[in-house]
Structures are given as C-alpha cells and as structure tokens.
Design a binder for this molecule. Sequence first.
Ligand SMILES: C[S@@+](CC[C@H](N)C(=O)[O-])C[C@H]1O[C@@H](n2cnc3c(N)ncnc32)[C@H](O)[C@@H]1O
Length: 244
Amino acid sequence: MNPTGGLLWHTRAWRRQGAWRGTCGQIGQWLGQVRPSSRELLIIGASAGWMMPSAWLQRFEKVSTFDIDRWAAPLFRLRHGAVLRRSGVDLRCHTRDASGRLDEVLGEHPRAAVLFDNVLGQLRFLHASIDTTAACLDRVKRSVRRREWGSLHDAYSGSVRRSGGRLDTPRMHQSLQAEGGALGGAEPFGPALARFSAQLEAKGEWLDHLTSEVFPVGTAVHHIAWHYDRRYCHWLQAGWVAPL
Ligand SMILES: C[S@@+](CC[C@H](N)C(=O)[O-])C[C@H]1O[C@@H](n2cnc3c(N)ncnc32)[C@H](O)[C@@H]1O
C-alpha cells in the first residue's frame, strides 16, 4: 500500500477538482513565473498531474514523468497526453522509484531540469524514522546541486476550524529562504506570512513535513494553501533553483 498515492489519491483528486481549483490556480501562477532554461523536464511524483497545468508543460520538448504508482502513467497520459502531443512534446511516463534511485534517473537525463511535484513532503510517510527521512532529503539535495530544479511540497499540514463550510483559498505569499527555513528560521513571521498563517485557521498542532531546509538560502519560496478536505489543510511551499 502506497500511503502517498494510488487509487485513493486519484479518486480524491478527481472528486475534489472543483474544491482545489484555487490551489491549482496558484500553482499554475507560480509555474507561470518559472522560466526554465532546460528544454527537457523530469517530474518526480507526477501522479496523474492532477494539480499541474498542461499549458506549462507545453514549453518543453520532452517531459518524463516518474511515479511508483502503476496508475500514474496511464492517468497522466489521459490528462495531459493529447495537449502535449498536439504541441509536439515528447511525453514519456515511467512507473519507477525516482527518489531512491535519483542518481540513476539523473544520469539517464543529463540535461533535464527536475521538478519534485508534491513528493518531498511525503517522504516522511515512506521512511521508518525522522532521521532516515532527513538523510533521504539531504541525499536528494546533494544529487540536484548542479541541476536546475524545483519543488512543490508540504511544509506543514493539520486540522482547520470549520468556517461555516467556506473554504476560500488565501492569497499566495512569497518569502526568501533563510538559514533554517522559508519562514525565517528562528525569526518571527513577517506581517504577510503571519496573515497567511492566520488565514489557514489552524486547529491544534500541525504536522511538520521536514522540508523546511529543502531549498538553498535565498530561494524565492511561494506559500500556497491547499484545503485537502473540509477539515484538513496543507501549507505548501514552492520554489525553483538555478544550478550551483
Ligand atoms: C501527493 S502525490 C503527487 C501529486 C501529483 N504531483 C499531482 O499533481 O497529482 C505524491 C506522489 O508521489 C509518488 N511517489 C512517492 N514516492 C515516490 C518515489 N520514490 N518515486 C516516484 N514517485 C513517488 C506517489 O506515488 C504519489 O503519486
């Protein structure tokens, strides 16, 4: 059983397309600002690309997706294949572990940019301990040091107070990755992020997805709210990194 994907994920993503529109729009907005120099893209944890706009993928000559879920490849082709075919993009969908075998995958695609698509924040569910998750994230960061790469991932998630059934998506915010995290490490939030965090209406303690140091210091980090359902919300962070 894959706790980060699989049929349950696809069913939920399909049913909640309307409710997730605000979040997907903001992901599209963030991607729209990203101007990769590479003509080839690897998407790790692509699933069916439920939250990914096809339009952004059209800028590439070749897109290769990787997911351990066997439903991901056919569903990704179903959702994005026709548009990409019409614009001449060479789409290859692989069922394969691409975070455990990242160096191998990168070696096979030496000139490709890499997008970790909502997968790095999920690694803590796939590893036995916080230490092994942290070691895996460190390995990932080292592997992509000389690449152009980006990630959209969970920073935190948890319960929210129900606000009369209203689930407006708060506006996206931007900050710079500081030493110790995109929230400014030990510093208190700036006013914009404080407002953003208040808008999430968190209830109780939230889960730390251990991604606070994924991005190098100085990366522009976008903060995006994702109401997974009426009671549970994810604080997503997205950033794009130039090679060292
Ligand atoms: C939250 S879902 C991603 C959602 C996806 N980006 C979308 O827009 O629909 C996380 C995905 O990561 C995949 N995954 C987890 N570990 C992986 C690994 N080692 N290599 C490749 N994919 C992995 C899961 O199977 C799952 O489909």
